[in-house]
Structure formats: C-alpha cells, structure tokens
Design a protein. Structure first.
Length: 711
C-alpha cells in the first residue's frame, strides 16, 4: 500500500554507512508510472558520476552500453524505487550484469505481480502495518521530537495513533500537523474522530501518493475500486456479496470491459465466466494493495471477507463523488440535494442522521439512481415513494434494515438484478415482472418459512436464491425444459418433496431444513453433479427414510451422487455414529461440520480408507465418549475443532502423527480432552514438529499457560 514505508526502508538501507562501505557503487533511481527509458538512463549515469553534456546527446543504445560498462566488474547496489509494471523492469534489467560478486538490486513496488515477476523464486519482503506500540512510538517521535508526550494528551494521542491503523505515512502526516501549533485538547479529540477526512482535506502530498495507485488501475478495475466506497468504515465485506454486486452492476466482462448494455441472454450464457473473472478482479486489487484481506477460509485459503484502510476509503469515497459514480450519505460527509442529481449509485451508512428536514434526497435525485445500498435508520423512515423514485434501479441492498413485510413497490422496478432485504416475505406472483433478476436474498428474523410463488420457475436468469427459510412449490408438471438451469445457490429450503435435479442441474450450494416431508431430497441430491456445498438442518431427529438409506451398503457416491461435493454441514440429526462411514466414502470431501448432536452415541470407530481428502473436522456438541481413531483414518486432516464435547475422554494420541495436522482447538469440552491435546502438542514438539498449534479456550476447570503454546 502507498505510504506503508517501502521507500523509507529502502532509503535506510541505502544510507547506512556499513552498506555504503560494502558496495563500490551505490545508485538510486525512481521509476514513474509514465516512465521514459532515456530519462532513467540519464539519471543512472548522473548517479554513477559519469554524466556529461556530451553524453546527453548520445543515443539510447550508447547510454545503455555506458551504464553496463560503468558497473561491470564492480560490486554495486542499485535501488529501483516504485516500479509499476513488469515492462519497466524488462527495460532496465539488462543494464546490470550478474557476475556473482555480491552485487544487489533492491526494488520496491505496490503491486504483488511485479514483485513476483522480478524476484522469480526468491521470497519477497511484504511490508506490514505497524502495531499499536510501534504506531505510538512513531507518533511521539514526529509530534514531540522524542518518546515523551504531555500527560494530558496521552490518551487522545494514543487514540489518534491507533486510528491511523498502522500506516506510517498517515502517522507522520497527522503528527506533523499537530506538532505545528499548540492546539487544545478538544482539537486533538476532533482530530481523533475525523482523522481520514482531515488528511484528505489538508494534506495534498498524502492524497497524491495514494491517488497514484488509483491512476495506475486499468479501466476495468476502476469501477470495482470506487464501489468499495459504498460500504461503511471498518466493515468486513463478505466476498460472496461483493462478487454478486459487481456482477449485477455490470462491472465484469471476459473482454475486460463493462457490460451495462450487453444483452441479458449473453450474461446468462457467460455467467460462470463472469463470476470467476470477478474473483480475479478482487485478487488483482488485493495484489495492488488497494484492498486488504480480512478473514481467510481455514481449509481452502479462500478470502471470505475484505476491507479497506480508512485513508484509502476516504479517498475512494471522494473520488467516486467527483466522478459522479457514487454518493455516500454519512454524518462524516455532507452534500447538497442537487449534488445527488446525477449520481448513479447511492449508499446510506448507519451513522447518517437527518438534518431536521423530511429528507434531503430529492425525488429528482432518486430518478437517476441505479444502485441503492442502505445501511441506516429503521423502517419507519422508509417511505413508499423511495421505491417509486428509483425507477431505473438495478441493485437494492438493504438487508441490514428489518422491514415489516415485503415491499410490493419493489415489483415495479423492472430493471432490478439484485435484491437483498430483511423481512418475513410472502413473495407475490408478480415477481416475474423482474425479468432480469439474478440474486434474491431475504433474511427473515421470525424463523417462519417465506413462500415463493410457482411463477418463480419462470425466472430463468436467477443465480442465487438465499433465504433464512423458504418454501418453493413444485414446478409445473407440464414443462419439461430446465426452468432454473443457471441457479447456483439455493438455501435454505423448508423441505423438499419433489425432484429438483431436472430443473436446477447446476446448483453448487444447497441448504435444507430436513423433516419427514422431505421424501425426495436424497434422490435430488443424487443427480446434482456440480454440487459442492451441502447443509442439512434437521427439524427433528433423522427419520426412518433417511436412516434406511444410510443403512444401505452401497457406497455414499451412489446415494448422494456428486463427486464434486467438498463441504457438508449437518445439524441436529442425532444419527448413529456407525453411519458415518457413508459420509467418509465421499471421494472429495474436505470440510465436515457436525453441530448440535448431528450424530449421537458413545463411540465412533472410523474405518481405514475413509475421509481420504478431509482437511477440516468440527464436532460441536455431542455425547461422544470415545473416538477410536488414528493417523490412518484422517490422512489429510489439517484442522480439528471440538466444542461442547463434555463427555469425550481424550483425543487419541495417534492423531498427532497426521503429517498435515496444523491446528487442534478445544472449546468448552472435558478437562481430559484438553489434557490429551496438550500431551499431543508436547509429544510432537519433542519430535521436532513445531508446526502444530493447540488452542484450549478458557474453561472453568483449567487453563494452560502460554509457555505450553496454548491459548
């Protein structure tokens, strides 16, 4: 990220007296975004002390030859600062001969792909943010010239340093501003509360450094970056939500352009590619250090959430406003009603407040809005004319606000691609008027199943149906075509008493509240060849039909069918442990989560040859007493979590011999299980295995000290 200290670190190396003594030649060049190779050559020759007026008139080829000869046979250190592309490196790398004499080139860049390309098989040094104490020390040094801070400013000063979120540039700039004048305490408190906006308004240098990263973005990534301004500060953005929004907005295109005016049939046919490309867009923005990684999946390493540094967030919001891309309403940002008139996207944060007027977002401004992301107030503030005003709306995301019911005014917004709301919903048949709808998300706090009309089967562009609980009626029997053939996500069904495999053949994520009425559930799953994630919440203990199928001796693959299945979550099934063998025979299962007595019984004896690909195992609340397992039963296990396993005697010691095992977590389980986990850790450490970590979360009976590597 810009301002994290790359150039400062390089300068400290370059200026070190021992380093200067070690190398015969030291030179520093900075590569601009729009660099010219001739300017780089002249700069290098000046650094090397050989540039003359005559040489300034020579050809580029002659200058390259002179640079090469000037460093050949000598031990040199060349700092190449702020490289923005691999082309820039390709243009200069041949200037420096590698003669195995201890010469070094130190290169800085904001872009991970450039670093990977330049360093080849060598490890890059990834700059990190400062921790709180390091931030405070730097702040004091710049604000007071030393480690001592006036007692009355310590608390607010530490708060300011903390709010800089470890970015050295921000710490130095804000400390410099505060050091200039003897400001009173209330001014310091104002700075602490409005840090990013103050920097954006008062420090052009800081803003310019960060703006360089935005200016360097290719056109297809700029709208994706600006869109990040729609989310509140310090908000962990779920990647799955962000990807769906980018696709619905039309930012993603295999041709690396926007697809706002592309035919919807084209979008449907290329949806899988569009979804995959959106994830690559995110990876690219992360590699450019414009978006920060939040939570990481414990098994597959996938990024689950992402976020933005507050200073970049402030820049993002202001640039989006200047480019008429997005308007953010927040107590930190003020605007006039007419400023909203030409903004295509409107985001209201939960810190927004009214100014005493009925509303400062006019009907005229709402007419132009294509996207509405709403995080503020309660539903009493939501008047029906909001929906009527957004006549061209494509994205409506207000899942953070509980509505009294499904707003039928939404059904008039025929351009909608994405809906996310929170309410108990009985969806009317007129939902089919939203012909282009791709995503429908309804979170219902009541726990009562929402209902979809039979006409839902006519909505062929649907990609994601996500409800807390939903009843989907059987499809019309007269139709033989795939009706929801491109549906990717369906959860959580209230029950399933018909076969969905013909109508929804491409489902990847499926969730169901299983009960005695779900008679066709297993038959449907058998046919879903692309299914990757399955979640079953039992409303009652597994019934005889379910158990009868588990009793069959045929392999699990013949029951559930899809070899693509990687993740299973089961809850409240109270299935006997002896039937676990059927889940164990799944060829590609990587994640198994067993919650709230998913299985019950005193003993689980896995069989050799089962769970050959399992990496993550969670057992959360069970009456299990004995786990008769060893390293052969879970040969690829990486993460084992036991929660509320109060009767479990121990974790078998052989579990520690699994070569891939990285983490064992014990939470609110028996003291003897915790003891066995600690013993496994001690045994493995004695064998030289320092890769295993054991976390025993505090219980009422015993807490192991940190010296044992246990938290």
């Amino acid at each position: 990220m810009g301002g994290i200290g790359k150039t400062t670190l390089a300068m400290n190396v370059y200026s070190d007296s021992f380093v200067a003594y070690h190398f015969y030649i030291c030179a520093w060049i900075t590569i601009s975004q729009q660099y010219r190779i001739r300017e780089i050559l002249l700069s290098l020759l000046e650094e090397l002390g050989v540039l003359t007026n005559k040489l300034c008139k020579e050809s580029d080829g002659k200058l390259k030859e002179l640079v090469y000869k000037s460093v050949k046979g000598r031990r040199y250190l060349i700092i190449v600062d702020d490289v923005w592309s691999t082309n820039a490196w390709n243009d200069i790398k041949m200037l420096f001969p590698d003669e195995n004499n201890g010469s070094r080139i130190l290169l800085t860049t904001r872009i991970k792909d450039v670093a990977d390309y330049v360093s080849s098989n060598k490890t890059n040094h990834l700059m990190r943010f400062l921790n709180e104490e390091e931030s405070w020390n730097l702040f004091c040094q710049k604000a007071f010239g030393g480690p001592n801070c006036p007692p009355g400013l310590v608390d607010v000063g530490r708060n300011i340093a903390k709010n800089c979120q470890g970015l050295p540039l921000l710490i130095v700039v804000i400390a410099g501003l505060l050091a200039k004048d003897n400001k009173p305490l209330d001014y310091w408190e104002y700075v602490a509360a409005n840090l990013s906006s103050i920097i954006a308004e008062k420090d052009d240098h800081c803003t310019e450094i960060l703006t360089l990263s935005y200016n360097n973005l290719p056109p297809h990534l700029k709208p994706c970056f600006l869109y990040m301004g729609a989310f509140p500060e310090n908000y962990e953005i779920p990647v799955s939500r962000l990807i769906k929004l980018w696709v619905a907005e039309g930012f993603v295109n295999p041709g690396f352009g926007q697809i706002e005016n592309v035919n919807v049939d084209w979008i449907a046919k290329n949806y899988v590619n569009v979804d995959w490309i959106a994830k690559n867009y995110l990876t690219d923005l992360i590699g450019r250090n414009l978006i920060l990684v939040g939570q990481i999946g414990s098994i597959d390493g996938r990024i689950k959430t992402c976020r933005m540094h507050d200073l970049l967030k402030e820049l993002c919001v202001r640039m989006a406003h200047e480019e008429n891309f997005l308007l953010v309403k927040s107590r930190y940002l003020r605007f006039l009603p007419e400023e909203a008139s030409f903004k295509r996207r409107l985001s209201i944060h939960d810190d927004a407040s009214y100014s005493g007027r009925e509303d400062d977002i006019t009907m005229q401004s709402m007419y132009h809005v294509r996207s509405f992301i709403y995080n503020g107030w309660d539903d009493t503030r939501l008047h029906s004319y909001y929906y009527f005003g957004f006549q061209l709306l494509r994205v409506l995301d207000m899942v953070g606000v509980e509505l009294s019911g499904f707003p039928e005014e939404i059904l008039l917004l025929f351009n909608l691609r994405y809906i996310a709301i929170a309410c108990h919903a009985v969806i009317p048949a007129s939902i089919t008027g939203l012909w282009y709808l791709q995503t429908l998300i309804v979170e219902d706090p009541t726990g009562i199943a929402s209902e979809l009309p039979i006409e839902i089967w006519d909505m062929q562009y649907l990609r994601h149906l996500k409800f807390s609980r939903v009843f989907v009626p059987a499809p019309p029997t007269a139709r033989s075509l795939f009706l929801l053939r491109d549906l990717d996500t369906l959860s959580m069904l209230d029950n399933l008493d018909y076969d969905i495999s013909q109508q929804m053949p491409n489902i990847k994520k499926f969730g169901i509240h299983y009960n005695s009425k779900s008679s066709h559930f297993l038959n449907s799953i058998f046919q879903l060849k692309k299914l990757e994630t399955l979640k079953i919440l039992f409303d009652e203990p597994a019934n005889s039909i379910f158990i009868d199928i588990l009793r069959q001796n045929s392999p699990f693959i013949d029951i559930f069918g899809p070899s693509s299945l990687k993740k299973i979550t089961l809850e409240r099934g109270r299935i006997d442990w002896k039937y676990m063998r059927i889940f164990g025979s799944l060829p590609n299962l990587e994640v198994l989560k067993l919650r709230e007595y998913a299985f019950q019984g005193r003993e689980w004896i896995p069989n050799e040859g089962e769970f050959l690909t399992l990496k993550f195992l969670l057992i959360w609340e069970t009456d299990l007493v004995h786990l008769r397992a060893n390293s052969t039963h879970f040969p690829c296990l990486e993460h084992l979590i036991l929660r509320n396993c109060s009767k479990l005697v121990e974790i078998p010691s052989d579990i520690g011999d699994i070569p891939t095992l990285q983490i064992i977590e014990i939470d609110c389980s028996s003291p003897s299980a915790a003891d066995s986990a600690k013993k496994i850790l001690d045994d493995q450490q004695s064998l030289g295995n320092d890769g295993l970590k054991v976390f025993i979360h505090p219980t009422k009976t015993k807490v192991y000290p940190l010296k044992f590597g246990v938290n």
